[in-house]
Write a protein that binds this ligand. Structure first.
Ligand SMILES: [Zn+2]
Length: 244
């Protein structure tokens, strides 16, 4: 930026800040908080799935490319609202509790694969779970075995490894040794050009306050230490390509 333009811009910003202190916040944030936590109404598009427009366009391109190689890319899950995620949370909570697990153990069991409502990347309209349905959809489609050596989606997995990033889609929960947080999910991809910007703003949110004010099932058992660890491991210990 030229110096003169810079001075012009900063003077303008200073003026606006005096007039409206909130302007600073709005200027720095591209996404409303509600959209980061699944309570917003982002514009979503797709045929049999829901993604933000740019992610949908890129997804249609990758799906077409996969089709040309003989794969039938099928979306199991894409956008999920807070309410939807809360339904998953409560169903699993009740199920583990009825099997005799303590509250603490129940929470640990759920967060191996599922997120606490308000913290899911599926809230963003940038992330999706995909499989290859060339040989039909198995009863447990989101299972690592299909993607591993000898699995029915192994060739698809190898193709994804080589091609998905060309379209902007990156694996989130990798099988990198030592990675903590959510378990390996070879099916969960994120459209990086948008999600990296969303994560940058998500990191600025007060997650502790968010989880405590939402009053979800079992949230009285979320200790400060637990929330800190959840942030560090479940939200941020992901594929480093996706970190802002
Ligand atoms: Zn997922």
């Amino acid at each position: 930026m030229h110096r003169r333009d810079f001075i012009k811009k900063t003077t303008l910003m200073g003026g606006l800040l005096i007039l409206n202190p909130k302007f600073h916040f709005e200027l720095m944030n591209e996404f409303p908080e509600e959209e980061l936590i699944g309570k917003g109404k982002p514009a979503l598009y797709g045929e049999g799935f829901k993604l933000r427009e740019e992610a949908r366009l890129q997804f249609n391109l990758i799906r077409k490319a996969a089709k040309e190689k003989g794969f039938n890319m099928h979306v199991i899950s894409s956008y999920r609202s807070y309410t939807h995620q809360n339904g998953i949370w409560e169903r699993k909570y009740k199920s583990f509790r009825s099997q005799g697990f303590s509250h603490q153990k129940t929470i640990e069991k759920i967060i191996q694969y599922s997120t606490i409502p308000g913290t899911s990347r599926h809230h963003w309209g940038t992330d999706l779970d995909i499989i290859d349905s060339t040989r039909g959809i198995p009863s447990n489609p989101l299972s690592e075995v299909h993607f591993n050596e000898g699995g029915r989606m192994r060739k698809f997995k190898i193709w994804l490894d080589e091609n998905s990033e060309k379209f902007g889609f990156h694996l989130v929960y990798t099988n990198t040794p030592g990675r903590k947080g959510f378990a390996y999910e070879p099916w969960h991809f994120s459209y990086k050009p948008i999600s990296i910007r969303m994560l940058k703003e998500y990191k600025e949110l007060d997650i502790k306050k968010l989880l405590q004010t939402n009053k979800l099932m079992g949230s009285e058992h979320f200790t400060d230490e637990f929330i800190e660890r959840y942030k560090r491991e479940n939200i941020l210990d992901i594929n480093p390509d996706l970190l802002p």
